[in-house]
Ligand binder design. Structure first.
Ligand SMILES: Cc1cc2nc3c(=O)[nH]c(=O)nc-3n(C[C@H](O)[C@H](O)[C@H](O)COP(=O)(O)O)c2cc1C
Length: 182
């Protein structure tokens, strides 16, 4: 197995961080991996915002949990509560990917590039769609402004990164989903 295949096989969603901010060179390497992603017609329809402001991440977490707690459907709230009650698991860094309409696939590729780059550098990471929640509630305008959203750009995805407090196992790949047509 080569290094890339090993990294792919080792990646897992990390849902407990010790809060230590990774070294600046590692954070920059992840940001570079994001903008090295392929994109349809090389449009590069993304902006990458690296949030390391602890109190801002906590504010986003608190607002997201408030929205989930008030929602009629408690499924997501109960799921997060069963995982410790924090939307962002004490991660010290959030890569916020802004997208343009209709570019979900490009955004997904950026997310995975960041996740794999983080894994390769020994950093825990998790792709976090629920990070959209605080940017869509009653404080959306204020929080979007604080995060640096520009006009015409919307939440694409977030990837949380940091040092994992505990290790997890990668999921067991279901090879029955693979078919060869020869
Ligand atoms: C588009 C997308 C959104 C996700 N959103 C969340 C999320 O909001 N919170 C979370 O804890 N995990 C999130 N995940 C992680 C998945 O739950 C995880 O990838 C899946 O359970 C498989 O586990 P693994 O990543 O450890 O292989 C997301 C993954 C993807 C691809």
């Amino acid at each position: 197995m080569n290094e890339i295949l090993r990294t792919i096989s080792q990646r897992y969603s990390c849902r407990a961080y010790d809060g230590r901010l990774p070294e600046k060179e590692k954070l920059e390497a992840l940001a570079l991996s994001a903008v090295q992603s392929p994109s349809a017609m090389n449009r590069q329809p993304w902006q990458i915002i690296v949030i390391t402001n602890k109190s801002f991440i906590e504010e986003l977490d608190k607002e997201g949990m408030r929205i989930l707690a008030e929602a009629k459907d408690k499924t997501a709230y109960d799921r997060i509560m069963s995982r410790g009650g924090s939307l962002f698991y004490n991660a010290p860094c959030m890569y916020l990917i802004l997208k343009q309409p209709g570019t979900d696939i490009d955004t997904g590729i950026v997310s995975e590039n960041i996740a794999l780059a983080a894994t390769s550098l020994g950093l825990g990471n998790v792709i976090c769609g629920m990070a959209a929640i605080p940017f869509n509630g009653s404080k959306a305008e204020e929080l979007r402004k604080k995060a640096g959203f520009c006009d015409g750009w919307e939440f694409g995805m977030a990837v949380l990164v940091g040092y994992g407090e505990s290790e997890n196992e990668p999921h067991t790949p279901d090879t029955s989903k693979i078919r060869y047509v020869e």
